[in-house]
Design a protein around this ligand. Sequence first.
Ligand code: SF4
Length: 343
Amino acid sequence: MLTRRCIALYSGGLDSILAVKMIEEQGVEAIPIKFYSPFFGFEIIQDQQTYIQYHESAFGINVRLVDFTQDIIEIIKSPKHGYGKQLNPCIDCKIGMLKKAGHFLETYGASFVITGEVLGQRPMSQRKEPMNSIIKESGLKDILLRPLCARQLKETLPERMGIVNRENLGDIVGRGRKDQIMLAGKYGIDKELIPTPAGGCLLADEHISSKVRNASDRFHPGLPGKDDLILDIVGRKFNLDESTVLVVSRNDEENDVLSTLISPGNIFVKIADVPGPLSIIRGVITKENILKAASICMRYGKGRGLSGLKALYGPDPYNLADCVESPVVTEEYCTTFQIDLHK
Ligand code: SF4
């Protein structure tokens, strides 16, 4: 017997909010699950409670958070269905999330899964053919319901069993947002709070993709870890040698983000006595690499070109206990180590 409870794949975007509202309107309880990783949901890694509270207060949605980092790291390595324009393996990513959502059915006593997908909205994963592959390979078969475009698709089990009424589901197609904005009004979502159209996945960003490719190559045939990939999200990135990277912040905001990345293996570097960027070295921490890091760090701070300045370093950005004299180097020297020269 099917229960009147489902798992909702929740991205935090308008479509997934509406899918939850549409199903709840039919008296079905939705358990919204947000899968996050450094590439989609970096803000969650930094502060889970703020995310949960915001979605509760803005949309009345009580979201559960599930770390998808290890899954996406493995998917990026060799996605069966390939990549989008950049390093975004959308079809495999969707399949992976749905498989994982399927594992939660029993935990929550739910009997089907919903998503906010709209037929024809995304070039890679929301055409009819990939949507069918996703159904097949996720193993969910006819317990995968896409409420916003359900009437454009084959009837699913919860529809056949009368758990949800197909007539009250959507038939939205394409990339426009008009229908969704109307639905948002119907469900009482404040116009000001409507999330902007998706675009939040950093794997679709050219610069970040090039850094992630570099990290994957560095660890080949193994896989990078979460702490390695987080360093691809922010700042300028340099390869100090084949196993050591340096990330240098570009502004105060990035200084703040980097200062939160205290983690085993991360060593912070900063030039003493003059304003400048905070940096992190990760990999093989030798005197030579500390000096390289110090020289690059100085090049991007207010002390550029000045001799006799010291660089402080250590595992705690608020208590940098060790010190070296920072060498003066040219810009060309720094750029020889830089991974993404567009930034
Ligand atoms: S855009 Fe990113 S999060 Fe969304 S399906 Fe593609 S890879 Fe996954």
